[in-house]
Every structure is written in C-alpha cells, then in structure tokens.
Design a protein around this ligand. Structure first.
Ligand code: NAD
Ligand code: DAU
Length: 373
C-alpha cells in the first residue's frame, strides 16, 4: 500500500476521537480505554440518535479526560475542526446505523451514516493529517470498526470467515458496512492514510440497546412479554462479550500493523433458540419469585427476517497469533453477567423503554410479525 509502513511495536496514544461513543460498544470502549490508558484524552463525537444515550456515559472513570460533542460524522466542517483543534492522533470510528431489521425497513439512514459519514471522516482525516501535515510525529491512525456480516452467510460445513474471505454482504446494513470498509482500504491505498480495520462478530453485554436479540429477550422476559424468535431459531451467531471486543480493539491500536484487517470473534456459536433458552434459565434462577417463571414459556416463534443470514463464524487465528488476543468470556459466564447487569440497572432500562421512538419501533417490527402480548 502506498506510503504505509508497519506500526512501531507499541504506539503511544494521546488525543483520541471516538465516533459513536454514546452507543453500546462505543460507550463500553470509552470506559475501557479511560481505565487502561491513563494519559489519553477522549473526544467523543456522537449524534445521539435513538441508539445513543448520555445515560451510557454516566459512570466513566476519570471523566475529566472525556469530552462529549454532540454532532454528526457527516458534518465535514465539524470533524475537520475537531481534528485540528484537539490535535487528534487517533480516530476510532464506531458510529453507524447498526440494526439489521431497521435497515430492512428503512435503508436510507444506513447509506447516509455508514457510507457518506465514513467518507466524510476519511476525507477530513486525509485533509488535516496528510494534506496539511497536521499530524503527530509518531504518525496518526484511523481505526475502522466493522462487522462479520460483510462476509455473508456460512453453510453448515463451511469453514469460518477469515480476513481473506471475499465480501458478500446480504442485508442493506451489511452492504453499507462493506462499502465503508472498502472506502477505508481505498484511502489507505490511494492516499496513504494510515489505517487498521477490525471485523467483529455479534457483541452483547452492558448498555446494549434492547432492539438486539439478547437485551430484548431479557427485558421482554422480565415484563412477561413474548420472546419473538425469528424463523426456526436455528440461525447461528458468534457471540462475543463486549469487553473482550474492547480489549481486542485496544491491542490492534497499540500493536496492530498498519493497513491490516483483523477478525475478532467469540468462539461461541450456539443457535438463537439456545441463547434465548439460556437467558430464560438464568432469569428463572436469578428472579425466583417472578410471576413469569418458567420464562421459556414466553418464547414465540414468529415470521423470519427477510434474507436472514443463517450462520456466522469467525476465524480468529490472525489476531491470536500476531497480537496474542483471545476472548476471556464464553456465553455461559458472559450471559449471566449481562442478565445481572440489566437486573441491577432498572433506571437505565426505564429511561430507554419510556422513549416513544422505541415503542414505535417495537410496534412496527413485531406488529407486522403478528406478535401478540
Ligand atoms: P449502536 O447502534 O449501539 O451505536 C451507534 C452509535 O452511533 C449511537 O450512539 C449513535 O447515536 C451514533 N451515531 C449514529 N449515526 C451517527 C452519526 N451520523 N453521527 C454521529 N454519531 C452517530 O451500535 P453498536 O452496536 O455499538 O455498534 C458500534 C459499531 O460496531 C458499528 O460500527 C457496528 O457496525 C459495529 N459492530 C457492531 C456489532 C454488534 O454486535 N453490535 C458487531 C460488530 C460490529
Ligand atoms: O454479526 C455482527 C452484527 O451483529 C453487527 O454488525 C450488528 O450491528 C448487530 O446488530 C448484530 O446483527 P444481528 O442481526 O446478528 O443481531 P440481532 O441481535 O438483531 O439478531 C441476532 C439474531 O437473533 C439474528 O439471527 C436475528 C435473531 N433475532 C433477532 C431479534 C431482534 C430474533 O430471532 N428475534 C428478534 O427479535
């Protein structure tokens, strides 16, 4: 790649721009990075869409090293100004429209944020770092957060996705993430923008917005509502506890080679129905006086997601052998910790569930599937 060279063995991080840091993974990452990096300052740019919330950033350690900016990544002037004014040396780009079902019902915001927004960030970084030469002596870095969904769907006997698996995105969401990955590569190849890229599997854990499978099931079960499982429930995802993802991204930032992609996954591949049943069993145990026990009786098989990918699985050999990362949690302990977190954060749940936008989404997505309470 033009102008790219391997990173030094350990990179010094200083002024970081995190995009989407009020969302699920972004807020976990901000919290994690403040804990493990005592000398950095994080500038957190987030538009606070339905998926973002300042509630996710309330308990930050050493919060004076965190500055929140409400704004859109598509706002090129704002992004350039942040890069220059705060002498940003590292961009970590989480901001995205991230929910597959929403992308099926309305793809336009996905094109705007995931494609146009990523382009705006890349071009602003190229302007400030490369064309104006406004970069730290050690060299800047653009880290792009992506997904396993860019690789498409696996058949039952297929080997897991590796970094050289051809892209074959199936949903509008996956297609926009694939486009953003390709733009990142193109900016590295053509202009020499120093980048790293990670493709990760399904995350779960604290602060996940309850439109995604695991928090939706926990919250519905607690309220005695139906647990809607799409199709036959035998679809497989490679579940990863969110803190493990944060650790992996941090390692790539510090030691990953520029211009490289690393796959991240959980080595956890139960079918959706098994995950839901496991959550129900944990709730039966942790909430023994619930009127809704056994929670598994709330499971309702519903109409499938159009174009539903059958199976994902990540080959994590590269990040394991090069950087020494592997997941610390399996679904047994990760799910238990997650259920406990939601049980202990009723106020957070109330705030999210009371939003009109959330309830409209539930009616739109599940009403059409004939889910009855
Ligand atoms: P999320 O939906 O919880 O959070 C997205 C955040 O981005 C929100 O805070 C939102 O306000 C912000 N945002 C959206 N549009 C914006 C814009 N135009 N400008 C500024 N901010 C904007 O998403 P997540 O689950 O935390 O995912 C974060 C990233 O990780 C995404 O890029 C996603 O593709 C990727 N990813 C997610 C998973 C997963 O399982 N959740 C797995 C692999 C990769
Ligand atoms: O694979 C990584 C991707 O994981 C990320 O890139 C996405 O941002 C993230 O949203 C997630 O996508 P999924 O579509 O896999 O996640 P979701 O939680 O929406 O669904 C997980 C599985 O559960 C999927 O097979 C669909 C199924 N499902 C989901 C919901 C919301 C149900 O059966 N019922 C439901 O109500």
């Amino acid at each position: 790649m033009a102008g790219l060279s391997p990173a030094a063995s350990e990179v010094n991080l200083k002024n970081i721009l995190v995009t989407g840091g009020a969302g699920f993974i972004g807020s976990n990452f901000v919290r994690y990075l403040l804990e493990v990096e005592p000398n950095i300052h994080i500038f957190n740019l987030d538009a606070l869409t339905y998926a973002g919330s300042l509630e996710n950033l309330k308990d930050l350690p050493d919060s004076k090293r965190h500055t929140f900016i409400q704004g859109d990544i598509c706002d090129r002037t704002l992004v350039e100004d942040l890069l220059r004014r705060h002498q940003i040396d590292t961009v970590i780009h989480f901001a995205a429209e991230s929910h597959v079902d929403r992308s099926i019902l309305g793809p336009a915001p996905f094109i705007q944020t995931n494609v146009v927004g990523t382009f705006a960030l890349l071009d602003a970084a190229s302007q400030v770092w490369l064309r104006e030469g406004n970069a730290s002596a050690e060299g800047p870095r653009f880290h792009h957060i992506s997904t396993d969904e860019v690789y498409g769907s696996l058949g039952p006997g297929d080997p897991p996705f590796s970094e050289v698996t051809p892209y074959a995105p199936n949903s509008p969401y996956a297609a926009t993430k694939a486009a953003s990955d390709q733009l990142v590569r193109a900016y590295g190849h053509t202009y020499g923008l120093p980048f790293t890229l990670t493709n990760c599997s399904n995350n779960y854990g604290p602060y996940q917005f309850p439109e995604k499978l695991i928090p939706l099931m926990i919250l519905n079960a607690l309220q005695g509502k139906p647990l809607p499982v799409y199709g036959d429930g035998m679809q497989v995802r490679d579940w990863l506890y969110v803190v493990d993802h944060c650790e992996a991204v941090h390692l790539v930032l510090r030691k990953g080679r520029l211009g490289e992609t690393y796959n991240i996954g959980g080595n956890n591949q139960p079918a959706n129905l098994e995950i839901v049943q496991e959550i129900c069993a944990i709730l039966d145990e942790l909430v023994p006086y619930s009127a809704h026990r056994p929670h598994a009786k709330l499971v309702q098989m519903v109409a499938d997601r159009p174009g539903h990918d059958r199976r994902y699985g990540m080959d994590i050999n590269k990040i394991q052998t090069e950087l020494g990362w592997k997941p610390r949690h399996d679904t047994a302990n990760g799910l238990r910790d997650t259920v406990k977190w939601y049980l202990a954060h009723r106020a957070w749940i109330e705030t999210i569930l009371s939003r009109r936008e959330y309830n409209q989404w539930v009616d739109q997505n599940y009403g059409e599937r004939g889910v009855k309470e």
